[in-house]
Design a protein around this ligand. Structure first.
Ligand code: NAD
Length: 519
């Protein structure tokens, strides 16, 4: 079956109103355990991508508000870091239960603000929830190391300790999952965190904060500010923030990596992607086409792990008409409508950029065999819809190949051999994800061994690792050295303290040792 699930109709719950002031639909801040109206003078209108109606206004937090968020985190850290690991685990156990209870409510908000289908939005929450579940085993994950009798009467033990105030800066495309990659992992390790959700869809984060309130998170342990460049720069420059987790575009991520690191901060920065599917002619044709269609066009192609390039090897090049036919069947509509496969893209600007990149591909010699640019969605004439689009004969110098399109567009290339296909993938600057489709184990093994990409699927189109592993995009898709969630996530949010103890029986040494101790 296609992995863009069809779903039942649900009313759109404009849950944001619960966080909005009575006089105007505005998004609040969450500081020191309370939802607060912002005193901002600048606001960002947030539009429903299916209608372009304003859902809420998001404040660009003032300097004073951002400072108070960090101050509150700093104060809360003094006691939060002393809290027992079991208490922190209990908080996460309670949190996972209430997120599970509210999945549909949070998903409805995501569909309203971000546009994806309700079923896909539930997946967004669910993949974040899995990180919370994993954080519940902090008692094991946070254990350090120890060795007895490292020398006579001497033992060594190391602890994983928190860093202090941390910050998370999020993109628009996974409004629940990505904040949940960040604050549960930071908090379970004893840190506090300032979260800056995307200004384009902060509603899911605000709902998660209400849940944090409900489960008794102490005030100030997690705070939320809003804004764009200025709030990001505030985070990069603030001396009390010790580490920044970022997920988003190359431009913002490189800037944050450089500016944050120049201010002495630890940074993990997940960037853009161009993910290739390599299709061998011995693959199961029907299953592969289903997987390709789901991974290229699901979430309207706005996933960092979307398969946006298919390299058809040998006779698999004859599958193009079947891929186009399958893509054409996908239903484009508002995300909350029953049976929708492909919802709108985030903004009119994003839609225009996608159109432009398709046009650039055609001008440079590629063929558009399925054109989604003129798709009509009668009930939502103002929505940012782009239908599934298939561009063939794509070359590596084409703009549509070089740029991350971030829309429902599949670029199709061909290769004579697996080696040629791998050369294309390995020459691409990005290294987020890739997948091979084959029934030949030795080809699959060769691919796994020789492909230079951080997350590899074998007959699995979107190989996003579960939280007991880490999200390991590589090369141009990542800056830093410790990845999100899993063991690496906890390493990122902790520092190691190593204690060497000598408890000698009997009398101390009679004379001082002036040479280098070698134990
Ligand atoms: P974005 O970079 O525009 O925004 C991300 C965050 O950075 C937002 O909070 C935004 O306010 C801030 N920001 C934006 N531009 C900035 C700038 N010039 N200076 C400082 N801050 C800035 O990203 P987006 O459009 O929200 O998200 C889509 C991008 O994120 C895609 O490139 C996608 O591949 C990437 N992404 C990557 C992963 C991953 O794990 N590798 C996951 C999800 C999304």
């Amino acid at each position: 079956m296609l992995s863009v699930p069809r779903n039942k109709a649900l009313p759109i719950v404009n849950a944001l109103r619960r966080y909005s002031s009575n006089v105007a639909p505005t998004t609040k801040l969450f500081i020191n355990g309370e939802f607060k109206d912002s005193k901002a003078t600048q606001w960002v209108d947030l539009h429903n991508p299916a209608t372009n109606e304003v859902v809420t206004k998001v404040p660009v937090s003032t300097q004073a508000e951002m400072e108070s968020a960090v101050e509150s985190c700093k104060e809360a850290y003094k006691t939060w870091k002393q809290t027992s690991v079991l208490t922190r685990q209990q908080l996460m156990l309670k949190l996972q239960a209430v997120i599970r209870r509210d999945i549909k409510k949070i998903a409805a908000n995501i569909t309203t603000e971000q546009g994806k289908t309700l079923a896909d939005a539930e997946g967004d929450v669910m993949r974040g929830l899995q990180v919370v579940e994993h954080a519940c085993s902090a008692g094991t994950l946070l254990q350090g190391e120890s060795l007895q009798n490292i020398a006579r009467d001497m033992d060594i033990v190391s602890y994983k300790l928190p860093l202090g105030v941390t910050a998370g800066i999020c993109p628009f495309n996974f409004p629940a999952m990505i904040p949940l990659w960040m604050f549960p992992m930071a908090l379970i390790a004893g840190n506090t965190m300032v979260v800056k959700p995307s200004e384009r869809d902060p509603g899911a984060t605000m709902m998660l904060m209400e849940l944090m309130q409900e489960v008794g998170c102490p005030p100030g342990v997690v705070n939320v500010i809003h804004g764009t460049h200025d709030s990001v720069n505030f985070i990069c420059d603030n001396k009390d923030i010790k580490a920044i987790s970022f997920v988003g575009s190359d431009r913002a991520g490189q800037h944050i990596y450089e500016r944050g690191a120049a201010n002495g901060k630890r940074i993990q920065s997940n960037l853009g992607a161009k993910n290739h599917a390599v299709v061998l002619p011995d693959a199961n044709k029907e299953a592969t086409i289903e997987q390709l269609a789901g991974a290229a066009f699901g979430a309207a192609g706005q996933r960092c792990m979307a398969l946006s390039v298919a390299i058809l090897v040998g006779e698999a090049r004859d599958w193009i008409p079947d891929i186009a036919a399958r893509a054409k069947q996908l239903k484009v509509n508002a995300g909350h409508e029953p049976g929708t496969d492909v919802g709108p893209v985030i903004s009119p600007q994003a839609k225009q950029r996608i159109h432009d990149l398709i046009e650039a591909g055609i001008k440079q010699g590629a063929k558009c065999v399925l054109d989604g640019r003129n798709v009509k969605v009668d009930k939502y004439p103002n929505g940012n819809f782009v239908g599934p689009t298939l561009i063939t004969e794509v070359q590596t110098h084409h703009e549509c190949y070089k740029e991350e399109i971030f829309g429902p567009v599949l670029c199709v290339m061909t290769a004579d051999t697996l080696e040629q296909a791998m050369e294309i993938v390995n020459a691409n600057p990005y290294g987020n994800g890739t997948a091979i489709f084959t029934s030949n184990g030795s080809h699959a093994r060769q691919f796994v061994n020789e492909i230079d990409v951080g997350q590899v699927g074998v007959n699995v189109p979107i190989p996003v690792p579960l939280p007991m592993f880490s999200f390991t995009g590589s090369r141009g898709s990542f800056l830093g050295d410790q990845h999100f969630y899993g063991k690496q996530g906890l390493n990122f949010y902790t520092q190691t303290k190593t204690i060497t103890s000598l408890w000698r029986k009997g009398k101390a040494e009679a004379k001082p040792s002036v040479s280098m101790p070698v134990h």
